[in-house]
Design a protein around this ligand. Structure first.
Ligand SMILES: Nc1nc(=O)c2c([nH]1)NC[C@@H]1CN(c3ccc(C(=O)N[C@@H](CCC(=O)O)C(=O)O)cc3)CN21
Ligand SMILES: CC(C)C(=O)C(=O)O
Ligand SMILES: [Mg+2]
Length: 263
């Protein structure tokens, strides 16, 4: 039996930290869940780490479906969250539902959509019709050209208030989880306190319900730029298994992320 939304909500309510990692294939799916990873995120970061693109923008629905099927086949315990790729959730609630339904049919238990208040109508439409949604705010990599680079978000008072407002409206619209990327830790902590749903952080400090990293970053094998929030867990270990177990342990004990991974 897989971990469900209910399991995650209970872990969050009990104050038990949730460990998540990105995953794109069957072998790593088995390894990660056996090392105690609770959530496997089939991220559109596969555009970077699997396909060698410099952004996530070229990733397609077919790419996401293929990698979701691989991850689902390789696992039987972990919760499966899947990114909606660029261009598949922006046009209308109806079209977004059609695309999300294909990811659910491939084995997703929740889809993740980048965007704040602008996505609330779509999120309401999906969640009312049986598709759980995680919203992704802060640094939204699909908006890299609009944002002008991979930069910390929510640094000004105005931006911070807007993100908090987005978070409240997203929860009201029905999201099951909220992911926050590369925002000040104090802001992520405040948003996490204000919400009742679990929050997932990447570069958002230790006070989120869950932590996530790109697998290839935490194994120290991604050849591109290493974001400050990524820690190489292979340092000091001699196996991938041990590195993943160490990551899970550091998330559960709130040792990761430390100050040097935080803004
Ligand atoms: N391998 C990989 N890891 C990721 O975390 C990731 C991807 N790919 N692809 C999609 C996006 C892009 N991401 C990124 C990429 C770079 C930074 C980065 O370099 N950030 C600066 C912040 C600079 C500032 O202070 O404003 C940093 O120092 O970490 C952050 C997120 C996160 N996602
Ligand atoms: C970095 C995480 C949050 C993500 O969205 C991805 O891997 O695509
Ligand atoms: Mg993504």
């Amino acid at each position: 039996m897989r971990i469900t939304r209910d399991t995650l909500q209970k872990m969050h309510a009990a104050g038990n930290k949730i460990a998540a990692l990105t995953c794109y294939d069957a072998t790593f799916a088995a390894l990660l869940e056996n090392a105690g990873v609770d959530i496997l995120l089939v991220g559109d970061s596969l555009g970077n780490v699997m396909q060698g693109h410099s952004t996530t923008l070229p990733v397609t629905m077919d790419d996401m479906i293929y990698h979701t099927q691989c991850v689902v086949r390789g696992s039987n315990k972990a919760f499966i969250m899947v990114d909606m790729p660029f261009g598949t959730s922006q046009v209308s609630p109806e079209e977004t539902f059609m695309n999300a339904a294909r990811l659910m049919a491939a084995g997703a238990q929740m889809v993740k959509i980048e965007g704040g208040q602008i996505m609330t109508d779509t999120i309401d439409f999906l969640t009312q019709r049986g598709i759980p949604v995680c919203a992704h705010i802060g640094l939204m990599p699909q908006s890299v050209h609009q944002l002008g680079g991979y930069k910390v978000q929510g640094r000004t008072t105005n931006e911070a208030e807007q993100l908090l407002n987005d978070a409240m409206l997203l929860q009201e619209a029905g999201v099951g989880m909220l992911l926050m990327e590369t925002i000040p830790a104090t802001l992520a902590a405040r948003i996490s306190r204000e919400l009742s749903i679990p929050t997932v952080g990447i570069g958002a400090g230790v006070d989120c319900s869950a932590q996530v990293l790109v697998l290839h970053d935490m194994l120290g094998i991604y050849p591109g730029n290493k974001p400050r929030f990524a820690k190489n867990f292979m340092v000091g270990t001699d196996s991938i298994q041990a590195a993943i177990e160490h990551y899970v342990q550091e998330v559960k004990t709130e040792k990761f992320p430390a100050a040097e991974h935080t803004f």
